[in-house]
Design a protein around this ligand. Structure first.
Ligand SMILES: *Cc1c(COP(=O)(O)O)cnc(C)c1O
Length: 379
């Protein structure tokens, strides 16, 4: 049976060699496994030019576990978190803080607009109690790219700590610790780094983590403890996801071989360009204006033709070997197609051909959406 091509926000299509790296059992105390972990941690820091200033702390679980662990570890009980929200992942950080019992406020924007550093500037000037700011780099909900540098500059000017959810950008879009000040960047193995799901990590400014002892309201999600354990003997406190880490090590080899962040980003931009051109030719329109769009995942507005029923479109595409993703938006009916994972021009062109064929089968002449106010400007 042919495997599907995953045109989703993750988990994603991985290379055969990444999957093959999992065909071995590792003892968690083996010297070779300890070295593998060390190598992964060093390479992740190097991807953000952060080796001198930050430490890398991996944590078992999906990306959300890493986000929750980082917020819980770094924001002290008497701190206050301000979350910049323009999609589901920003909202999720607010929810995490609420569940932990932290004082949290948010600034919100519609899903097709970026967060605004000027508004952040005013909010920080007005509220001295805010200790930490959290932002999503690429908001995967819509595929929009937030102005990370501006946000980081404002936080630095006000001396507040910045936490960056770079889950869907890390490894493909540059983040340079020397240029973009941050307390923590959070990401996972299974998005732009093209590993398999099961481990997340945070790059945390060393002094911020040193000051975070006993902050975490959780045992297993305490990144200070996790770091201390790894530093002491190279071992994880609790069962490590050994096979996932072996695959991650291989995925990082392949990332380096492709030319690192620049090379990976270039392939995704090409995928994105071909996808957008092909979908536009079929009449589809994008939610996010092109200058704000990240080359990670694209949100398309639902076609106006009543014969376009998304569930049927999805199933027919899936039968042809392509998995796309429903929309998660509140502002408009939509669906998403990802540009990331071990896919290239051939896979994107094949997906476009399958989409065209599916539209013909369904009797849908055009993917054009109903004109809703301003949406035509993004076509
Ligand atoms: C994927 C993703 C996450 C984490 O999601 P999980 O399902 O827990 O892996 C967090 N933030 C963003 C922006 C993401 O794209």
């Amino acid at each position: 049976m042919r495997e599907p091509i995953l045109l989703t926000p993750g988990p994603l299509t991985t290379s055969a060699t990444v999957k093959q790296a999992m065909l071995r059992d590792w003892g968690s105390r083996d010297a070779a496994f300890i070295a593998l972990n060390q190598r992964i941690r060093e390479r992740l820091l190097a991807l953000a030019q952060a080796a001198d200033s930050h430490v890398c702390v991996p944590v078992q679980g999906s990306g959300t576990f890493a986000v929750e662990a980082t917020i819980g570890t770094l924001v002290p009980g008497d701190g206050r978190l301000l979350v910049l929200v323009n999609g589901a992942y920003g909202r999720r950080m607010v929810r995490i803080a609420e569940v932990i019992g932290l004082a949290v406020t948010s600034l919100s924007w519609p899903e097709d607009e970026t967060v605004d550093a000027q508004a952040l500037n005013h909010a920080l000037a007005a509220d001295q109690a805010i200790t930490h700011v959290a932002v999503v780099h690429c908001e995967t909900t819509s595929g929009i790219l937030n102005p990370l540098q501006d946000v980081a500059d404002v936080c630095a000017r006000h001396r507040r700590s910045l936490l960056i959810d770079a889950m869907s950008s890390f490894g493909a879009l540059p983040i340079d610790a020397g240029q973009t000040p941050f307390a923590a960047v959070m990401a996972s193995a299974n998005k732009c780094l093209e590993g398999v799901p099961g481990v997340g990590f945070a790059l945390i400014r060393r002094e911020a983590l040193e000051a975070a002892k006993n902050n975490a309201p959780s045992l297993s999600l305490d990144l200070y403890d996790q770091w201390q354990g790894l530093e002491a003997n190279g071992q994880w406190r609790f069962t490590p996801p050994t096979h996932v880490l072996a695959a991650f090590d291989q995925a990082l080899d392949e990332h380096a071989a492709e030319g690192g962040v620049a090379g990976r980003g270039a392939r995704y931009r090409r995928n994105h360009q071909i996808l957008v051109e092909g979908m536009s030719a079929l009449g589809f329109a994008m939610l996010v204006p092109p200058p704000l769009q990240a080359p990670i995942i694209v949100t398309f507005l639902m076609p106006a033709d009543p014969r376009f029923v998304f569930a049927e479109f999805y199933d027919r595409l899936r039968e042809k070997g392509f998995a796309i993703y429903p929309g998660k938006l509140t502002v408009a009916a939509s669906f998403r197609i990802g540009c990331i994972g071990r896919i290239g021009e051939a896979e994107i062109r094949a997906a476009l051909a399958a989409i065209g064929e599916t539209m013909r089968e369904m009797g849908v002449a055009s993917g054009a959406p109903a004109l809703r106010g301003e949406s035509e400007r993004h076509e």
